[in-house]
Design a protein around this ligand. Sequence first.
Ligand SMILES: CC(=O)N[C@H]1[C@@H](OP(=O)(O)OP(=O)(O)OC[C@H]2O[C@@H](n3ccc(=O)[nH]c3=O)[C@H](O)[C@@H]2O)O[C@H](CO)[C@@H](O)[C@@H]1O[C@H](C)C(=O)N[C@@H](C)C(=O)N[C@H](CCC(=O)O)C(=O)O
Ligand SMILES: Nc1ncnc2c1ncn2[C@@H]1O[C@H](COP(=O)(O)OP(=O)(O)OP(=O)(O)O)[C@@H](O)[C@H]1O
Ligand SMILES: N[C@H](CCC[C@H](N)C(=O)O)C(=O)O
Ligand SMILES: [Mg+2]
Length: 488
Amino acid sequence: MKKLSDILYKVQTTALAGITDMDITDVQIDSRKVQKGTCFIAVKGAAADGHLFISRAIESGAVAIVCEVLPAERNEDVTYVQTTSSAEAAGLIAHNFYDSPTNRIKLVGVTGTNGKTTIATLLYRLFNALGYKCGLVSTVENIIAGTIIPSTHTTPDAISLNSLLKQMADEGCDFVFMEVSSHAIHQKRIAGLQFAGGIFSNITHDHLDYHQTFDEYIRVKKAFFDGLPAQAFAITNLDDKRGAVMLQNTAAKKLTYSLRTVADFKGKILENSLTGLVMVINEQEVHFRLIGEFNAYNLLAVFGAAISLGEDKSQVLLALSNLTGAEGRFDYIISAKDKIIGIVDYAHTPDALVNVLDTIKKLKKGYENVITVVGCGGDRDKTKRPVMGQVACDNSDKVVFTSDNPRSEEPEAILKDMEATLSTAARRKYIAIADRKQAIKTAISMAQPEDIVLIAGKGHEKYQDIKGVKHHFDDKEVLVEMFELLDK
Ligand SMILES: CC(=O)N[C@H]1[C@@H](OP(=O)(O)OP(=O)(O)OC[C@H]2O[C@@H](n3ccc(=O)[nH]c3=O)[C@H](O)[C@@H]2O)O[C@H](CO)[C@@H](O)[C@@H]1O[C@H](C)C(=O)N[C@@H](C)C(=O)N[C@H](CCC(=O)O)C(=O)O
Ligand SMILES: Nc1ncnc2c1ncn2[C@@H]1O[C@H](COP(=O)(O)OP(=O)(O)OP(=O)(O)O)[C@@H](O)[C@H]1O
Ligand SMILES: N[C@H](CCC[C@H](N)C(=O)O)C(=O)O
Ligand SMILES: [Mg+2]
């Protein structure tokens, strides 16, 4: 059992009222989860203020309250701790409460707009193949040494995250590979964690609804590297305009990867086709099963991290050459009769969409049409909608605009945003069908033999969120169903 004094280690305390040698049974940032003996941390959020739930938390049995503003009325049996940042305190307290899990594992964080899931998942699979016990924290799933735990966020909140990391450490995991979203950095979900390394993939347009400006988005991503300790490594993509800036102020060992310039981890693409990539990496030629230039970058990042963690170059490249990608990332099937290629991809940003369409362009034999099905999520960055609409049309022969996860918004209104500023040429190429299944069906019915149908935006997702209800929906499943009908 932990004492309050134990879990407050490293927390910046500005005032204290009450005793600190009491037993703490649990730590929570959500009053609804508080039980007898809990330490409740009141965090100011975007929608609500945790401080408003302090009395409710006490009614449910909280014995200690950590907050930024001390309540005017206090309960004599409760200890109040005032701190400068509750969000930061939540990370530190959770880490202390869950037996400092990151002191017992090697934790590698991956940040960037695109590629986090792919890089983290490849690292997890690579280190498994190299014989280690590993953990994964990702958008698609969390894994504790082979056991899958469904994921709700890309990076969970501080309490869930540390609880997960403790289970990984207790299971004897040597390494944990984790996606670090910009939301998580900004909300300090990763405060208190000891990282062995950090990886930067790239930064492009996304989440401006949350971060407001691109500069602020860059600043938040950079803060992750600024916080790395000197013993850690920090690997960046030199071909990204902001790659160098990310590492400008880090204390960690700086390392670079590139396809275009001199770097610690240097790659060159020799072949890029539907059967995979042939690359030269640090003078060694290797064949990979992953497809597309963007995966060449992901592979370089993974290679760099593995070498930085002390693994042998040849063994790493051999194991990497056998790996396939993460679910719903350039996931393709080919119809039996007409040889139509159907690709499911999680591209939900303008940049990811350009990348995936560019990859398809490079794989084309010449005459095939590219038909894209794409939508934009509701309650998310609206500024990306017209850009995604335009790039889909610019890089495809035909486009079907449809719904992604409309969430609380009207599907038709999102479609209008996507169409708003289309060029005349683009207007000739698209139709809009709000029903996603109908949209996919229509795209496939438009396809001639050997054409390529890209279904973008939802990747691995098994649901469609409409007005807060998650209905079962799986792009790959729909694609398989349509191809079966076609092949009959
Ligand atoms: C915008 C955002 O990131 N919101 C996250 C944030 O919620 P919030 O700030 O709105 O919290 P709030 O509702 O205002 O509540 C403030 C505090 O009061 C507490 N509370 C609230 C109600 C109550 O009755 N009692 C109580 O104690 C809450 O637990 C919270 O601690 O803090 C919550 C707890 O950590 C998160 O679950 C929530 O994620 C929401 C659900 C979400 O959708 N987040 C997305 C945007 C997100 O985080 N995405 C990134 C990936 C993005 C990407 O790279 O693609 C991710 O890492 O998943
Ligand atoms: N290195 C990369 N550069 C650009 N695009 C990429 C890269 N890797 C993957 N993509 C594209 O971006 C999509 C999302 O990839 P991935 O899921 O790996 O990224 P992510 O950073 O985890 O995304 P999220 O923020 O939603 O969790 C893929 O489906 C692919 O189209
Ligand atoms: N992590 C991202 C995923 C977006 C996926 C897309 N399918 C959507 O729903 O917009 C988010 O929550 O913004
Ligand atoms: Mg992800």
